[in-house]
Write a protein that binds this ligand. Structure first.
Ligand SMILES: [Zn+2]
Length: 385
């Protein structure tokens, strides 16, 4: 039995999240995406709840029963779709006072499918495959409570993103033009990025979602414990000269040149020379494993952020993807990058960052870059098999 068949069967029998039903739980949105090999239906809820997925052959359809929820509009939702697509119609309605049923009308019986859920926000995801198209590379990251994630980030799909908003609390980070504080800008982007990533069906872990202080070690610990696939630390830059501007993205390197050492020293709050020899050896072992991945990750995110910002503002300086001795990247078990989204010390960039549009634009562009990395990584997994 191929893994996706097993998943589909398990889903049909009893797939459900533990948790009590609540009167205030609602279906907040149903989205349908067409991917090359499958169609994905995402049911987003305001809270975690129990659900069951079933298939019937005549007429060919899948349905998801969700317990203890209400649907927002009185008459439910119907999305009619292209008859050439495997999923022809998605309907949702209040099946009984405590149950919402979402029905997916299929073009024919026997479509392979898989169903699983994601958290924050809670979403029930059903993928309906074009015939014979399911691959192991697309195995879902979570299946009810029997989650199995390979140990090594290089052999599992990119699903869980750890977002680290730099600084916070007693550490304001760089303070720039008009007393603009780095910790405030990066937090705004981090919170919006969480939303953008959820929309793109990633799992998200935030190191902080409010103005609080964390050590650099605590930040990577959060990502490591969550077994994130990617760690992305958000920052804003500062320079003694006001004219310096632009975007730069870093991955970890222990052999630093003078230029990156200056940025790293500011972000670290300490010198990398204070690390023990053993710590450096452990880090370089880890680096061997991660470097290719981190370089591709940095490239995807950097290109996308630069394009997004140029699209919005016209001229934005590309300071490139660089390597530097950043402590926050040092102990991450997964590919990790640090993004400097602009200079708070540059009057033009500071003005942009103060505007709400900047955070929205940056969050979208970074999220798109992560989608690109996820796709690139999936191709890698398929190629390795
Ligand atoms: Zn910073």
């Amino acid at each position: 039995m191929r893994p996706w068949q097993r998943l589909g069967l398990a889903a049909g029998l009893a797939l459900g999240a533990a948790g009590s039903a609540s009167a205030s739980n609602e279906v907040s949105e149903i989205r349908v995406f067409d991917h090359q090999r499958y169609t994905r239906v995402v049911i987003q809820l305001s809270q975690r709840t129990e659900y069951r997925v079933r298939r019937i052959a005549h007429p060919p359809r899948l349905y998801v029963d969700i317990e203890g929820v209400r649907i927002r509009s009185a008459d439910g939702h119907t999305q009619v779709r292209d008859p050439a697509k495997p999923v022809q119609r998605v309907r949702a309605g209040q099946n009984s006072p405590g149950r919402v049923r979402v029905v997916m009308d299929l073009d024919r019986e026997g479509r392979d499918y898989r169903s699983f859920h994601l958290n924050s926000p809670f979403r029930i995801v059903t993928d309906i495959y074009n015939r014979g198209q399911a691959t192991v590379a697309e195995k879902p990251p979570q299946v009810a409570k029997r989650e199995v994630r390979p140990e090594y980030f290089g052999s599992r799909p990119v699903q869980r993103i750890a977002i680290d908003a730099g600084h916070g609390g007693k550490d304001p980070g760089a303070i720039g033009h008009g007393k603009l504080r780095e910790k405030d800008i990066v937090l705004r982007v981090a919170n919006l990025l969480q939303r953008e990533l959820a929309r793109r069906d990633f799992d998200v872990v935030l190191t902080r979602s409010r103005d609080r202080y964390l050590t650099l070690q605590q930040r990577t610990q959060i990502a490591n414990r969550a077994r994130a696939d990617v760690f992305i630390s958000l920052h804003a830059n500062a320079a003694p000269r006001r004219s310096v501007a632009g975007i730069e993205t870093y991955l970890l390197d222990l052999h630093h040149d003078r230029q990156t050492a200056r940025v790293a020293a500011r972000e670290n709050g300490t010198s990398i020379d204070q690390l023990s020899q053993l710590q450096k050896i452990l880090a370089s072992l880890r680096l061997d494993d991660q470097e290719d991945f981190a370089a591709r990750l940095a490239g995807s995110v950097h290109r996308s952020l630069l394009a997004g910002m140029r699209n919005r503002y016209g001229n934005v300086t590309d300071l490139g993807v660089k390597r530097g001795p950043f402590l926050v990247l040092f102990q991450a078990d997964m590919p990790a990058i640090l993004v400097e989204m602009g200079f708070v010390t540059n009057p033009t960039e500071a003005r942009r960052m103060r505007d709400g549009g900047f955070a929205r634009g940056a969050a979208r562009a970074i999220a798109d870059g992560l989608v690109h990395y996820r796709e690139d990584h999936a191709r890698h997994l398929v190629a390795r098999r």
